[in-house]
Design a protein around this ligand. Structure first.
Ligand code: ADP
Ligand code: MG
Length: 668
């Protein structure tokens, strides 16, 4: 019986998994034995030697084994009352400690616990000892009952894995299932991915991942799998890159007279960083291979102008260029700006959005031209002939597949993608490893500074006064609310209510409203009014988050700021500070939670988008940077993008070396 499961075997093949458990696992997205065995333990407990009750002062979590001597309801609140403040207390005796030390575990609002425990029961608890009332207690510890008369060999006297019980299967049972799967795994399961670390067979490594013999064995096996995963991913990235490079590209630039004309017509100089990035792009476009470049720059660093220069290079060489933006508002903004900037240069510009789609085939009559648009560019005949350059603005709002759809054509155009906020280096390596990177560091000069401050609802009067003062000086204001578009939500008021409040606070001021559910033309009209300073205050949901550029706006008020990720707040803050006047970003938050405060304070201290992104990644994981599985790369189960930077680098080098030896990856 033992030894016939493969990593690819479906979970149904595991006769030891009960039907209900199988259903729960499948509902959680598990299909094969591989998914089960790569479910990482959240932590481990060394049950060869438990902590002792007398070593508790440090406040670090401890794992204790004890016997229940008393269990019951405690606290105030009385029977007839609501039971507020009532809790279940179990007094445990730690038999290992000298003198049989006693300690309590407390559970609030969990009446079921009382039924599970009884005196005499042995259990393992994990948590921090904290003062509660006069004594130290563990509040809501992780716990496991030791079943007497049952086989406890899997659960005791070893280092055991503890999984996060998100599937509703008890940890103890989950541990048994994993154990059984490992028992029945073939001694030589097909290597899951490229087997990079020789010597340790996969099965042994997997066992070490769940039931390690020592902490060292556990760390070693984790590193091994992290490395293998990173390698698989980097091979994928390197392979894509190679494939892109193998496509015969076009030479899409010749001379750069138009760029020079544009620069001469601008009221300001290009920054050094902009010039350097344009040069890097120029070099790529002039070469007969295809360009795959990422332009990274902080909010407000002037990426649009760099992109426009790139497009002019293509146009001058007789090609057309397309720029895709994630929202209608943004596409429209770019379009208007380009029209205005290119007025004297005689370069045609068109706009393609869902509304304008029916416009017939775009043609520049054999000459080059520029098309700006939204997703609508992906469909129908919205792309001009002789496409030489594709620019994707706010790339993270699109999936890799959408990018590919625009690019995949007989003659592959050059590609420039732009990010909204800078992203940490590990993420660049992981998700954009197939691209060359230009970094637009340094901001255009002549800008006022941006001050960020946290305020509570109590300060509202002061905030309103400040807003009034700014309005008097002719400035414009954004108010962003996390509330859902236009509709009353259960949690809070609708953004329309927010609008009414501000209208009442500022009786003689024109206040506009913008939210995602408005029809596109309405959105455009609202944005246009704000851009042209016909409205002074714009109350909005996060639709103004990306790209919007109104230099006269100097105040950004963000309601319930704690509800946003830092990168998003940084993006929102980037809407102000675009002109010569000083600006201010006011984060309104009544949330007193320490972690929340710390997060917001971090933003007040930092204006560097790279630092913000790094902080976000470390505290919230990569989810904020990329939509689910949009990137189309193998997911990382073991490797950790925060910790495993070095592993990732090693894997990248290794992947390059492997591909150089075996370009088509025929040899596994
Ligand atoms: P982002 O990089 O966030 O997309 P934008 O391209 O929208 O930033 O540029 C922000 C603002 O800076 C725009 O108003 C743009 O006209 C202006 N700008 C761009 N380059 C320069 C420069 N070299 N000097 C002064 N202002 C600039
Ligand atoms: Mg932009």
């Amino acid at each position: 019986m033992a030894g016939n499961l493969l990593l690819t075997s479906p979970l149904e093949a595991c006769s030891f998994i009960r039907p209900k458990e199988l259903a729960a696992m499948q509902a959680a997205g598990m299909a094969a034995v591989r998914d089960l065995l790569f479910m990482l333990p959240r932590r481990y407990e060394d049950r060869r030697m438990f902590d002792r009750y007398d070593s508790l002062s440090s406040g670090a979590p401890v794992c204790l084994r004890g016997r229940v001597v008393d269990v019951g309801w405690k606290g105030w609140g009385g029977k007839g009352g609501k039971g507020r403040g009532r809790y279940v207390e179990a007094v445990l005796e730690d038999e290992q400690s000298l003198g049989n030390a006693r300690f309590s575990c407390l559970w609030f609002s969990m009446p079921g616990i009382a039924r599970m425990l009884c005196a005499g029961q042995e259990m393992i608890v994990y948590g921090r000892m904290k003062p509660y009332g006069k004594k130290l207690s563990m509040v809501h510890p992780d716990f496991e009952l030791i079943r007497e008369g049952e086989d406890n060999s899997i659960h005791l006297n070893r280092i055991v894995p503890v999984y996060s019980g998100r599937m509703g299967i008890p940890v103890r049972r989950l541990r048994e299932i994993v154990w059984e799967a490992l028992e029945q795994l073939s001694p030589e399961p097909e290597p899951e991915i490229y087997e990079f670390v020789p010597g340790v067979p996969c099965k042994t490594a997997l066992r070490d991942l769940h039931f390690p013999g020592s902490a060292e064995a556990r760390d070693k096996t984790r590193r091994r799998f992290a490395l293998e995963e990173c390698l698989a991913q980097q091979l994928n990235v390197a392979y894509r890159r190679r494939r892109a490079e193998a496509v015969p590209g076009m030479q899409t630039a010749g001379s750069s007279l138009l760029v020079r004309d544009l620069a001469a017509s601008l009221p300001f100089e290009l920054t050094e960083a902009q010039k350097r990035c344009v040069r890097e792009i120029y070099r790529d476009m002039k070469a007969p291979r295809s360009m795959n470049r990422l332009l990274q720059g902080d909010v407000g660093s002037g990426k649009t102008l760099v992109a426009l220069c790139a497009m002019l290079l293509a146009v001058e060489h007789g090609y057309s260029a397309v720029m895709m933006a994630p929202t209608q508002i943004l596409a429209e903004q770019h379009y208007l700006k380009f029209r205005q900037m290119l007025d004297k240069l005689d370069v045609p510009v068109s706009l393609v959005t869902a509304e304008r789609k029916e416009e017939s085939h775009i043609s520049f009559g054999g000459q080059g031209g520029i098309v700006v648009g939204t997703h609508a560019l992906l469909y129908g005949k919205n792309v001009p002939e002789r496409l030489g350059l594709v620019v994707i603005d706010e790339q993270h709002k699109f999936g890799v597949n959408q990018r590919e759809k625009l690019i995949a054509r007989e003659e592959r155009p050059d590609v420039l993608v732009m990010t909204a906020t800078p992203i940490p280096r590990t993420l660049t390596l992981t998700f954009y490893g197939d691209l060359d990177v230009s970094i637009l560091d340094g901001m255009p000069g002549g800008r006022g500074k941006v001050v960020t401050a946290i305020r509570t609802a109590k300060d509202r009067e002061k905030v309103v006064k400040f807003v009034r003062d700014q309005l008097e000086e002719g400035r414009q204001i954004y108010v962003v609310s996390p509330l859902i578009d236009g509709e009353e939500s259960r949690k809070g008021k609708a953004v329309t209510k927010e609008l009414d409040e501000w209208k009442a606070l500022l009786p003689h001021v024109d206040v506009g409203l913008l939210h995602g559910r408005m029809p596109a033309e309405e959105k455009e009209a609202v944005m246009k009014d704000f851009r042209d300073n016909r409205t002074s205050v714009l109350v909005s949901t996060t639709v103004v988050e990306v790209g919007v550029d109104v230099p006269n706006a100097t105040v950004m008020v963000i309601e319930s700021a704690e509800r946003f990720g830092l990168s998003q707040l940084h993006q929102l803050r980037g809407r102000v500070g675009r002109g010569a006047a000083d600006s201010c970003c006011i984060l309104i938050s009544d949330n007193g939670n320490d972690a929340v405060r710390e997060r917001l304070q971090f933003l007040c201290r930092t204006s560097d988008g790279f630092a913000v992104a790094k902080y976000d990644l470390e505290t919230r994981g990569p989810g904020d940077f990329f939509g689910s599985a949009q990137h189309g790369l193998p997911t990382l189960r073991v490797a950790d993008l925060v910790q495993d930077t070095r592993t990732l680098r090693v894997a990248q080098d290794e992947a390059k070396a492997l591909l150089a030896k075996d370009p088509n990856l025929i040899d596994p």
